[in-house]
Design a protein around this ligand. Structure first.
Ligand code: NAP
Length: 468
């Protein structure tokens, strides 16, 4: 794919970027590998923390400029971009502050003299998506650079200005050359990097197809991969959930980032016929009232989706859903104005044999289910191939805690849509991928948990006290 800014609100091409030449690609890899060997793997944790904190500081001080780049690259609402950058900065600060503790050697209980150290692996390749162009990078750069790894980043081809800006932030924050390298690379070049012995691991956030391709390639070379893929998060609304707060959460959960979030509320499942209709009417009113406009205008409530293809794919999904018996009770059409705008859409009667039943709706389209029992809700929640996030809304917190364990997902939130915070491990199961980002688990994905076991000089071999 060509790297370019095609503004989704105006449909105009604003900037083009050259794909890297092969020699430049291999040179970037060599520089990164040398920087790992000679500089970063030997650096003090406090040195890494200082760079991370400085990037966070720069992000905050230049937040409006950086947010505007995301608006132009992928059409995000300016207000949402500000929120994303605040979260990205908070993630970098978290690892800057907690890195020392998270990386500290841990004595092995019950075996005297044994310690597990957390050491870096080397050059890690990160392939990242466009939907949260700053946050996705912070999720990888925070833990991996703090652990002492260095990063080669292939960002999505439709967010080149954000990609270049992030690399520039690291450079200005004092990161030595080769620690964080942005690559305007092709898919073939990504494959070549994975094959190279100097790359020690690969992480991809994106679609199932891209994930499978990258992970298969990495596995052939016996390299570890982490995959953060798609989702079709259910939101189960039980009979005692308060109406107004639940609606507010459902609207925010579905519409954040114009619905283009892996953990968006893509399926709402309400228990109880009468309440189901009440919630449906409220969602139709709330989503139907959102006003489209210029994404830079803080008053705008509905932005464009990221590309013409994204819009066409969503319209095709709506058509296929209708053809298989679903009802379009709100929206369903392109908005008649420049830009890739889609009406907020609600689909009902999406039965088990409807292809949309188990597909991801990556935009402002909600599948709405009304059921009689909690068991039916759970069945629908677990019926899809994905298992990323999920949510339960109820006043009975003890019951919710039990029900949460029955949902097949990597994360369940109670009385809140799935979201992200620096401390919370993020990731999924099933076709949503494997591995975790953020929190303590995130810094443990690409490290050597190295055991060092020290016995006193003159110890006998295989002493009885240490048999086994
Ligand atoms: P995508 O097409 O897979 O793109 C993601 C990244 O992978 C881009 O950098 C893309 O590069 C690259 N890529 C695509 N095919 C590749 C291949 N064969 N080999 C190597 N790299 C490849 O994903 P998308 O459709 O733009 O993004 C939306 C998907 O990502 C949704 O399913 C969403 O749920 C998921 N997502 C998951 C998470 C999570 O944390 N679980 C977070 C955000 C998004 P180009 O841009 O150059 O094609």
């Amino acid at each position: 794919m060509a790297y370019r800014t095609l503004n989704p609100a105006t449909e105009t091409v604003e900037a083009n970027f050259e794909t890297l030449s092969d020699p430049a690609l291999m040179n970037a890899l060599d520089v990164a590998a040398a920087a790992y060997r000679n500089v970063w793997s030997r650096s003090a944790v406090s040195t890494r923390s200082a760079v991370m904190a400085k990037v966070a500081e720069l992000m905050r001080s230049e937040i409006e400029h950086l947010a505007a780049l995301a608006v132009r690259d992928m059409g995000k609402l300016f207000t949402h971009a500000i929120g994303e950058l605040q979260l990205a900065a908070a993630i970098l600060d978290y690892y800057a502050q907690e890195g020392e503790r998270l990386l500290a050697p841990k004595p092995v209980e019950g075996y005297e003299g044994a310690t597990v150290h957390t050491l870096p692996l080397g050059v890690i390749l990160a392939v990242e998506p466009w939907n949260f162009p700053y946050y996705q990078i912070a999720r990888v750069a925070g833990p991996q650079l703090m652990a002492g790894n260095v990063l080669l980043v292939k960002h999505a081809s439709n967010v080149p200005q954000c990609a270049a800006a992030i690399e520039d932030l690291f450079r200005r924050a004092g990161a030595p050359a080769g620690i964080y390298t942005n690559l305007f690379a092709s898919t073939d070049q990504v494959a070549r990097l994975i094959d190279d012995d100097q790359v020690r691991g690969v992480t991809l956030t994106g679609s199932e197809g891209a994930g499978a391709s990258v992970a298969e390639r990495a596995a052939r070379k016996l390299k570890k991969s982490v995959l953060e893929l798609g989702g079709s998060d259910p939101m189960i609304v039980l009979e005692d959930a308060p109406v107004d707060a639940t609606i507010a959460n459902a609207v925010a959960g579905r519409m954040n980032n114009t619905g283009q979030s892996c953990v968006a509320t893509k399926r709402m499942i309400v228990v109880g016929r009468a309440r189901g209709q009440l919630f449906l009417d409220a969602m139709i009113a709330a989503l139907g009232a959102l006003q489209p406009g210029d994404p830079m205008d803080p008053a705008t409530q509905l932005g464009p989706v990221s590309s013409e293809k994204a819009l066409a794919d969503l319209l095709s999904q709506i058509d296929r859903a209708k053809a298989a018996g679903a009802q379009v009770v709100l929206g369903g059409r392109r908005i008649d104005r420049p830009g890739f705008y889609l009406e907020p859409t609600i689909l009902t009667e999406v039965d088990e044999d409807n292809p949309i039943y188990s597909e991801e709706l990556f935009g402002p389209v909600l599948a709405f289910h009304i059921v009689d029992t909690e068991e039916e809700a759970l069945k629908i929640a677990n019926a899809v191939r994905f298992g990323l996030g999920s949510a339960i809304f109820t006043a009975d917190l003890a019951h919710a805690a039990e029900l949460a364990l029955q949902i097949e997902s990597g994360m369940t939130f109670v009385n809140h849509p799935t979201w992200s915070a620096p401390q919370l491990p993020f990731g999924g199961i099933k076709a949503s991928g494997y591995g975790r980002e953020l929190g303590e688990l995130g810094i443990g994905e690409f490290v050597n948990r190295k055991l060092v076991a020290v016995s006193p000089a003159g110890s006998p071999p295989f002493g009885a006290e240490r048999a086994g």
